[in-house]
Design a protein around this ligand. Structure first.
Ligand code: SF4
Length: 338
């Protein structure tokens, strides 16, 4: 399968000043990940682990205080063009060349992302005109209607203002507008968190449809809710304290999580499997670390029930174990069990 995005040791920090002293919040700190054509990748982790910052960094949307600190980020288009983070001079250039056309982002507050006083048809016209100055208003409305119908919305939605739509309809209208230019990659940040269970399922179906119909090639689905991601993702990446600690096929991650943090996350949600229900719920003790001064070695060591001496001193690499990749000394030379 073709790669659509490559991240190698990617770093993006928030710069903060306390008096005259400079501090960095290491929200994305050495992330390596590949996203393939056809992927729906679930990016999971507790609040504050860096998921949304990673999404902003993937969009190359770096505005102060967020700063790119190093590493590689490459987006590869369907026609084989490569866009590297280092080639862009500023955010305006990224916006002009990439946003909407090659990568799109639906933020957490998507329900408020549409201007309430602008009709959907005008929003569609503005999106399409940003990449085709000559498109007529009528043509733009036609394209928007087709896309809304594909997402099981009535075509008269184009004539409405966002405030006239229900939460679920508005979310699907946002997805339709964000993908009008058929970007290779769509990043959605907690797209179902404010919705009831029935509406959540409709939104998940719309996302699957967008990929099936080829309007987008790959989706990055960000959530803190591992049970939602199981319904849609073919792969899951688990983020903890600015780093990816485990990535692999969804069923391997859910059924046989390797990293102690992933195990904790899965054990802390109610299971639909009988064996999971028997085990009962547990929780991960302690709090996520302060990313201004993260723990040495493995960042999970203060909360990990298996922490060894080496875990406090040296950071484990993300290495292949079975079908997954995991960053944990339990599976690496130097750890006690290997
Ligand atoms: Fe626990 Fe050590 Fe693995 Fe970190 S590296 S998750 S502290 S066993």
């Amino acid at each position: 399968m073709e790669k659509r995005m490559i991240l190698e040791n990617l770093k993006a920090y928030y710069r903060q000043l306390k008096g005259t002293t400079e501090y960095f919040v290491k929200a994305v700190d050495g992330v390596s990940l590949e996203i393939y054509e056809g992927d729906i990748l679930g990016l999971v982790g507790e609040s504050g682990c860096g998921k949304s910052t990673l999404a902003k960094t993937m969009m190359m949307d770096l505005t102060p205080p967020l700063q790119y600190m190093g590493g590689r980020l490459e987006i590869i288009s369907r026609d084989g063009k490569s866009f590297e983070i280092s080639q862009f001079k500023n955010r305006d250039e990224v916006k002009r060349k990439l946003w909407g056309k090659h990568i799109a982002y639906v933020p957490q507050d998507a329900l408020n992302a549409l201007m309430p006083t602008i009709k959907i048809k005008k929003i569609a016209y503005d999106v399409l005109r940003s990449h085709d100055k000559n498109i007529s208003f009528q043509k733009a409305v036609e394209i928007a209607k087709e896309r809304l119908i594909e997402l099981d919305l009535p075509d008269y939605v184009v004539e409405l203002y966002p405030f006239q739509l229900s939460g679920g309809m508005r979310q699907r209208a946002v997805l339709a507008m964000a993908t009008l230019l058929n970007p290779e990659i769509l990043i959605v940040d907690e797209p179902t968190s404010a919705l009831d269970v029935t509406t959540q399922k409709i939104v998940l179906k719309s996302l699957i449809k967008l990929r099936k119909l080829g309007f987008v090639d790959s989706i990055v689905f960000i959530t803190h809710d591992i049970s939602t991601v199981r319904q849609i993702a073919n792969r899951i990446a688990v983020m903890y304290a600015g780093k990816i600690v485990e990535v692999g096929p969804t069923e391997s991650i859910i059924r046989e999580p390797l990293h102690p943090y992933t195990q904790g996350l899965i054990n802390s949600v109610a299971s639909i499997e009988p064996e999971g229900r028997e085990k009962g719920l547990s929780y991960i003790p302690g709090q996520p670390p302060n990313l201004m001064d993260p723990p040495s070695g493995c960042r999970f060591h203060p909360r990990c029930p298996y922490a060894m001496e080496i875990c406090r001193k040296e950071e484990p690499k993300l290495l292949k174990v079975g079908e997954s990749q995991v960053a944990c000394w339990l599976y690496q030379e130097g750890g006690e069990n290997v």
